[in-house]
Design a protein around this ligand. Structure first.
Ligand SMILES: *[C@@H]1O[C@H](CO)[C@@H](O)[C@H](O)[C@H]1NC(C)=O
Length: 318
């Protein structure tokens, strides 16, 4: 009995992220910088959309929700990656590993649904402009956001319930710098062939199918835009190209991580960085720096903040 207990895995070991010291310092400098950028940029979007009545259109409400999910998604891994950079013992407890996997998939699955919802919003706006306001009404927005979270939880749960009860008796090196289903399953000391299939079918199939569906939808929308050439053409092209960029950046790593049968460690790292660091920082960047409505709203918001501070100052000093 004792022997069984002592051979059970109670913690997992992460892979060192950077081999060379130079790379380590590089990451030690840029990861925190990016993470602060992710937090500030996404919170700024959320507050701008909430406080500016001009931005209460479905596209911006969905965008603000995407910002929240991005914030959550990178928070599942990046803080840990930063703290692990310079520690020699990169261990994570069994429970935290399970929790990390669960939330990665709640947020990741949710992001997929939300990106699809945003494509549907653009499709309705461009291909059915006369019905846009009746289709994308406030109720529809709430429905899409609720669906995002519900499907995210179902997607995570449907893999989690299989993994939580697996026996782990060592080895315990995850071979990555975060816990995720495909890597952790391989460490179980039972035959996991079927389970690997479940994960590939679930995460892999869903991300691949959604990816191709979204790309096809955007191509269709682009064709529609081109046919009805109007003054808004370049604006629509711009909005759509930002959406497509985000879709490609988010899905390409997913497809690789869950479907590609021959994982390579360096590519693994690269793709994980794209999903947890680059995509979450990119959303605020492209939407705020190049979108006129957002820029106007942000200028207004920051002016209000400055004004209220001045008022504060005046009232305190008198
Ligand atoms: C997310 O969507 C819901 C439902 O439409 C909306 O009420 C909420 O304000 C959105 N969240 C943000 C941060 O804008």
């Amino acid at each position: 009995m004792d022997q069984v207990n002592s051979s059970m895995v109670t913690e997992f070991v992460f892979l060192g992220f950077a081999q060379s010291l130079g790379m380590q310092f590089f990451l030690f400098f840029f990861l925190p910088l990016f993470y602060v950028g992710i937090i500030l940029g996404n919170l700024f979007i959320v507050f701008t959309v909430i406080f500016d009545p001009h931005l209460h259109a479905p596209m911006y409400i969905l965008l603000a929700n995407l910002s929240l999910i991005d914030l959550g998604l990178s928070s599942t891994t990046v803080p840990r990656m930063i703290s692990d950079l310079f520690s020699d013992f990169k261990v994570i407890s069994f429970h935290n590993c399970m929790i990390q996997m669960f939330f990665i998939h709640v947020m990741g699955g949710g992001e997929m649904v939300l990106l699809t919802a945003m494509a549907y919003d653009r499709y309705t706006a461009i291909c059915k402009p006369l019905h846009y306001l009746t289709i994308m009404n406030p109720k529809m927005c709430v429905f899409l956001v609720v669906a995002t979270w519900v499907i995210g939880v179902i997607h995570a749960m449907s893999q989690f319930i299989f993994v939580i009860n697996l026996p782990f008796c060592g080895p315990n090196n995850v071979g990555s710098f975060y816990c995720d289903f495909p890597r952790v399953i391989k460490l179980a000391c039972v035959d996991t062939y079927q389970l690997e299939f479940v994960v590939t079918a679930n995460s892999g199939f869903i991300s691949t199918a959604t990816f191709f569906f979204l790309i096809a939808s955007y191509i269709f929308i682009l064709f529609t835009v081109q046919q009805h050439s109007s003054n808004d053409l370049s604006k629509a092209f711009f909005t759509l190209s930002t959406h497509i960029t985000v879709v490609v950046l988010f899905f390409a790593p997913c497809v690789f991580l869950y479907v590609w049968p021959f994982p390579t460690k360096s590519l693994d790292k690269f793709f994980a960085i794209v999903d947890f660091v680059v995509t979450p920082v990119l959303n605020p960047a492209i939407y705020t720096l190049r979108n006129k409505d957002m820029k106007v709203a942000m200028r207004k918001l920051s002016r209000q903040v400055v004004n209220s501070r001045e008022m504060d100052f005046v009232s305190k000093s008198t």
